[in-house]
Design a protein around this ligand. Structure first.
Ligand SMILES: Cc1cc2nc3c(=O)[nH]c(=O)nc-3n(C[C@H](O)[C@H](O)[C@H](O)COP(=O)(O)OP(=O)(O)OC[C@H]3O[C@@H](n4cnc5c(N)ncnc54)[C@H](O)[C@@H]3O)c2cc1C
Length: 508
């Protein structure tokens, strides 16, 4: 339906869902179950297009946590069966065995439009400055097709589930690109190259610098270490801004998600064996590209360290620096975003990575996700803004609640549940065993196992209600809830306190 056909107030118009990832398709499944009209606009050429780009990566959450309940109810009559609940799928498995079949169920097929990139959301006939009569007008979504042709769709509501993949944080400090970062582009890769597969030739026999403190960095580092075993001349350097990588080494065997705990353990072993050279306290200040093209010689990655300036010559630089949401397309609607996280303002305090890991995110739904612009919601990965701790299970509960509200079922919308299994490790040992010589570990408290580089120096004490481990007398596993995996509602993935648990207090 084009804008000119729109009726006043959005009555009779579809809900537009932006993005056919796990969250967007779950929203579609709930909309279908509730009998609400909807259309899903997906920029890529198939459902799960963003995940397809990291299809070689194995998830750390098993199948039992990765599907939405309404989606399963639509899939099961087609003969679909949940893959082994305890198996860890790769991204490609998730797309092939869940998202693509889901997009094809009768209730969704024909409503998922691929090759449609949303470029703007606005209020029909009103720019963001106009207040009078705003609530009587439908929303308007503008999408561009592969040929550049623009389509305007009037909507009664919009659920923006477009994720954050594709918008990586820069390599430079303070949230800005380092001088020379643009010119060094031929030497840079995305956050999750397929080191042992598609992109192997780019890394074999070469020196790679990996920048970042999240699980994307960890996965790439481990793949590079593996490559180095069979490809002579392959070298791996890992730089982090802080002085401790304990957060990434994580809780090992005590991690609530064993696969994730194992990654940290293996990474630690690879660093200790010398297969990965770790440079801590490294803040990138500029990149000196050698000339044109990646074949013209290594790029010099220059950084500040506690011992002075250091230049690392690298053939390839993997920027595993985390993601940020695309807010440009939301300029003409009234969104209320937290200034720090760029998450919806009411959700932000619940997920602030300075103080929370994903394991400490409380239940939340439509009320926390609402904006001053009626009918507009951010959901899924994008709803967490720059916070790195999002989980699919959280997104499924978000869209269940949003759709219930759109259907007028306030009771169901407010009945949000995010049951967390017993998990998490809060241990000062995680830090003290990994401090630089001379560091005391004072103020250090908790490791977290999600996230990227610390974003800011905390100015507020951590919420004492979420665990109270920092400064505690002894390392101690923390119980943060009891899970209900069969309900698919959520699970813990980290440990308390987020960035505030890091030893480092350095640059962001
Ligand atoms: C490497 C990696 C591993 C992860 N592992 C786990 C895990 O084990 N367990 C877990 O729970 N979570 C995990 N996550 C976190 C998160 O659950 C996933 O990123 C998940 O894909 C988020 O789902 P989403 O639907 O919100 O966003 P996405 O999967 O990113 O989907 C967004 C969709 O929107 C489309 N899109 C983007 N912009 C536009 C636009 N302007 N217009 C139209 N369409 C657009 C994209 O093409 C994409 O298909 C992982 C994340 C990463 C990066």
């Amino acid at each position: 339906m084009i804008a000119s056909e729109a009726e006043k107030g959005g009555e009779g118009l579809p809900v537009v869902v932006i993005g056919a990832g796990p969250t967007g398709l779950a929203a579609a499944a709930h909309l279908a179950e509730r009998g609400l009209d909807f259309v899903v606009l997906e920029a890529g050429d198939s459902a799960g297009s963003a995940i397809g780009q990291w299809g070689h990566v194995r998830l750390f959450s098993p199948w039992r946590y990765n599907t939405d309940a309404a989606a399963r109810r639509l899939l099961e009559p087609t003969g679909w069966k949940l893959p082994d609940a305890d198996t860890l799928p790769t991204g490609a498995d998730l797309v092939r065995d869940y998202l693509v079949p889901l997009a094809q169920v009768p209730a969704l097929a024909g409503r998922v439009r691929t090759g449609q990139r949303v470029i703007a959301v606005t209020r029909l006939g009103l720019d963001v400055t106009r207040s009078i009569g705003r609530e009587t007008r439908p929303l308007l979504v503008r999408a561009a097709g592969p040929d550049g042709a623009v389509t305007d769709i009037a909507a009664r509501a919009v659920i923006d589930a477009s994720g954050t993949w594709g918008r990586t944080n820069p390599l430079g400090h303070s949230g800005l690109p380092a001088p020379g970062e643009d010119q060094a582009a031929p030497h840079l890769t995305g956050p999750l190259p397929d080191v042992l597969g598609r992109d192997r030739d780019r890394f074999a026999g070469r020196h790679t610098l990996v920048v970042g403190m999240g699980h994307s960095a960890a996965g790439t580092l481990l793949a590079l270490a593996e490559l180095a075993k069979t490809e002579p001349g392959t070298r791996v350097t890992w730089t982090v801004r802080g002085t401790s990588v304990a957060r990434l080494y994580g809780g090992g065997d005590a991690d609530g998600l064993p696969a994730r705990g194992a990654i940290g353990t293996r990474l630690k072993a690879a660093v200790e064996s010398g297969r990965i050279e770790l440079i801590r306290g490294f803040t990138i200040t500029r990149l000196d590209a050698p000339g044109t093209g990646a074949e013209s010689g290594p790029v010099q990655v220059v950084g500040r360290t506690p011992d002075g300036e250091l230049a690392v010559a690298a053939d390839v630089v993997v920027a595993a620096t985390g993601f940020r949401p695309d807010l440009d397309m939301l300029r003409e609607i009234r969104v209320d975003l937290d200034r720090a996280t760029e998450a919806p303002a009411r959700l932000a305090p619940l997920i602030d990575p300075n103080f929370h890991s994903c394991g400490t995110v409380p239940p939340h739904g439509e009320r926390e996700l609402a904006h001053p612009e009626p009918g507009f919601y951010m959901a899924g990965m994008k709803s967490y803004g720059r916070a790195p701790t999002f989980l699919m299970a959280t997104g499924y509960e978000q869209v269940r609640s949003i759709v219930a509200a759109l259907a007028g079922d306030r009771e169901a919308a407010d009945d949000v549940q995010l049951d967390l299994p017993e998990t998490g490790v809060c241990s000062s040992d995680l830090l003290t065993e990994d401090l630089l010589p001379g560091d005391t570990g004072q103020d250090a408290g908790c490791g977290t196992s999600c996230g990227t580089e610390p974003a800011a120096t905390p100015t507020v004490q951590a919420d004492s209600t979420v665990g109270g481990c920092c400064g505690g007398p002894a390392p101690e596993p923390i119980s943060i809830g009891v899970g209900a995996p069969d309900g698919g509602l959520g699970f813990a993935t980290g440990v308390v306190h987020g960035y505030s648990g890091d030893a480092e207090r350095g640059d962001a």
